[in-house]
Design a protein around this ligand. Structure first.
Ligand code: ADP
Ligand code: MG
Length: 258
């Protein structure tokens, strides 16, 4: 092959959107000369760095878009303190199959048991595995959909809750919701169900009692059916991590209906 006419390297790398190669090639070519790398090794190094950097920025962007209230990972979860759930049990929610198979999870327990931490950790894993995530409390989600309906952009806002591969709905059951809460929540869950997308719901109340929370037992049942088709319930017991001195409520069988 005859040599093509060269171009200005900086200009070319900019044009090809290879900022990491552009930033690193002066140092890496110098290192390559010093350490006698082959041309191929140098290319591999440069392209490897570009790919790694892109993956990092994608994760950062997706994490911002997810709107987590705080970022906690599975490695930061103390499974000795929270002995009612095993790291192994959660394994099936931490790999790419969580999203590709549209698995869902309901995390139940009283306050401070680590529900929100685990839900965020699972969604963050999904982001690391290449998917988009979204976090909202049930109250935020319902308020957001209401406001959108009034403004007239309900479909766009609904899509923001339906499109991501994983949606965390935190704190279902803590508040008294309005009369069409069940309907709004059903729309989100049903649309996600139809697309085979994952949902993680945290609650202090057993799914069997969500009918009362949402003022509509039939719709609540339809919601629970869809979530549980490819979903599991994990109950977090024991003491509150926030207040470990407090006694565990005696005879605790699950989350209290408080
Ligand atoms: P919940 O949602 O069940 O009320 P959170 O997940 O918000 O509880 O936990 C409260 C705080 O305690 C968070 O900062 C969380 O990171 C921390 N926490 C709870 N359980 C654990 C645990 N087992 N290991 C490490 N941190 C924990
Ligand atoms: Mg919480």
């Amino acid at each position: 092959m005859t040599r093509a006419p060269g171009c200005d390297l900086d200009w070319g790398l900019k044009r090809l959107h290879l900022p990491t190669v552009r930033r690193l090639y002066p140092a890496l070519t110098a290192q390559a000369e010093k350490e006698s790398w082959t041309y191929r090794e140098l290319l591999e190094q440069l392209i490897g760095e570009e790919i790694a950097h892109r993956a990092e920025t994608r994760i950062e962007r997706a994490t911002r878009k997810a709107k987590f209230p705080f970022l906690k990972t599975i490695d930061e979860f103390d499974f000795v303190f929270q002995a009612s759930v095993k790291r192994k049990t959660l394994g099936r929610f931490l790999g790419p199959e969580m999203i590709t198979e549209g698995r869902s999870l309901v995390l139940l327990g009283r306050p401070g048991r680590g529900k929100t931490h685990l839900a965020i950790a699972i969604a963050y894993k999904a982001i690391q595995n290449g998917f988009d995530a979204r976090f909202a409390t049930a109250a935020q989600l319902l308020g957001d959909l209401h406001a959108a309906a009034r403004r007239g952009d309900h479909d766009e806002v609904l899509d923001a809750y339906v499109a991501p591969g994983i949606l965390v709905i935190d704190e279902l059951g803590y508040l008294a919701y309005g009369p069409d809460a069940a309907n709004c929540l059903f729309q989100v869950i049903d649309q996600r169900y139809l697309r085979g997308h994952s949902v993680v719901i945290t609650s202090n109340k057993e799914p069997a009692t969500w009918g009362g929370v949402l003022h509509d037992p039939d719709l609540a049942e339809a919601i629970v059916d869809r979530v549980m088709e490819r979903g599991e319930v994990v109950r977090l017991r024991g003491r509150s991590y926030r207040n470990p001195g407090a006694d565990e409520p005696s005879g605790e069988a699950g989350p209290a209906a408080d």
